[in-house]
Design a protein around this ligand. Structure first.
Ligand code: ASP
Length: 368
């Protein structure tokens, strides 16, 4: 049973009539025509930060509330009814399990009530929050993350325009049934495929291999494709008081010290490990052996991901040994190390075993 249905009305100027499956009635219903009510959840980040001069673009601090941010955007009263709430006010590097729980539970509650949600968020870990929400929330309504690369005090700060666009995107019925969205620098990007590609520039977010979903120009949203959710993503049901199992990430490099794996698995007792391998899954022979021995001994799943921003680690790249079982290793496909960590944590948390987790990862990227 499909979650939604899209009817293209005019191919020259694509407009879609979207039906969605109502969680209360279970039937396909048309997205309401009435002016939507959008709630903004403020979590902090550079968009809520202030520096001491107009040219300062590093070393600034979170110092604005969501109310301050809403005051920077033009009147939207003909587009939507707007509500806002400060749920956190931190740099996104400080987001861990507790903060993710605050965001998840608030979005889960509010998306039942309002027509769309906007989340203002730091850009450094936006990929992780977006990915987590994509797998744990099963919703048709738009959930749009935004932030900024320049603090509010900088010349040409990008925050107000990104926030404004995010609200307009969340208010548009063409934004339904597209999964988690990110509004940034005039682009609309799938939260699932989102990549932060540049540590400083405004044009940091992209999805090189998969493409943008649309853009925003002169107050018009232009989607390039009809609504669809990312391939293979199926919702995993978690508790509101979830506990994320500890999963570490090892970044591989020439001359890697294999003792790092002992440290993670035997000393830190992680429940899973992700490796940013070189190329499409390469690690030196002795490293592969160490990993197999430790993962077999302790039953710890190991994800082979990659250092490169794009491309894939296919199942065919995983190491094989005649004298060692290699059952606990999983290929990440296109999923980055930081997103692989999140997905493995969710899989472990909902009780999937290694074989089920392998199938889940394979379903997500479709590789072999
Ligand atoms: N320091 C910021 C953060 O909270 C970076 C940003 O938002 O651009 O992630």
């Amino acid at each position: 049973m499909s979650d939604f249905e899209v009817i293209e009305e005019d191919l020259d100027h694509p407009k879609f009539q979207i039906k969605y499956r109502s969680s209360s009635t279970g039937s396909l219903e048309t997205v309401p025509e009435k002016i939507p009510t959008i709630k903004i959840l403020g979590t902090g980040g550079t968009i809520a930060s202030k520096g001491t001069s107009s040219h300062q673009t590093a070393g600034y601090k979170v110092d604005l509330t969501i109310e301050d941010l809403v005051k920077t955007i033009p009147d939207l009263s003909t587009t939507c009814n707007l509500l806002y709430e400060q749920i956190l006010n931190i740099d996104s590097k400080e987001i861990g399990e507790e903060e993710l729980k605050v965001i998840y539970n608030q979005v889960k509650k509010d998306i039942e009530i309002y027509d769309g949600i906007v989340i203002t968020h730091g850009t450094d870990t936006m990929e992780e929050t977006a990915f987590f929400l994509q797998f744990t929330l099963n919703v048709s309504k738009p959930i749009v993350l935004c932030g900024s690369m320049r603090p509010s005090t900088a010349i040409s700060s990008d925050g107000p325009m990104n926030l404004y666009q995010a609200i307009v995107i969340a208010s548009d019925k063409n934004s339904w049934n597209r999964g988690i969205l990110v509004a940034f620098n005039d682009r609309i990007i799938s939260g699932y495929f989102l990549k932060k590609s540049n540590a400083n520039s405004l044009d940091t977010f992209n999805a090189i291999g998969q493409g943008y979903l649309g853009n925003f120009v002169n107050n018009q949203i232009c989607y390039y494709f009809p609504p669809s959710k990312p391939m293979g993503v199926s919702h995993l049901v978690i508790d509101s008081d979830f506990k994320l199992p500890e999963v570490g990430i090892v970044f591989a490099h020439q001359g890697l010290n294999n003792d790092i794996f002992k440290l993670f698995i035997e000393n830190l007792k992680v429940k899973g490990l992700v490796i940013a391998t070189m190329g499409a899954g390469s690690l030196k022979e002795s490293t592969n052996r160490t990993i197999m021995e430790l993962s077999n001994k302790h039953g710890v799943p190991i994800i082979y991901s990659k250092r490169s921003m794009d491309g894939m680690v296919p199942i065919g790249s995983l190491p094989k040994f005649a004298d060692l079982k290699c059952n606990n290793i999983i290929a990440s496909g296109s999923i980055s190390p930081q997103k692989s960590r999140i997905l493995l944590q969710i899989c472990l948390m909902v009780g999937l075993d290694v074989e089920q987790t392998k199938k889940y990862f394979k379903k997500v990227y479709g590789g072999s």
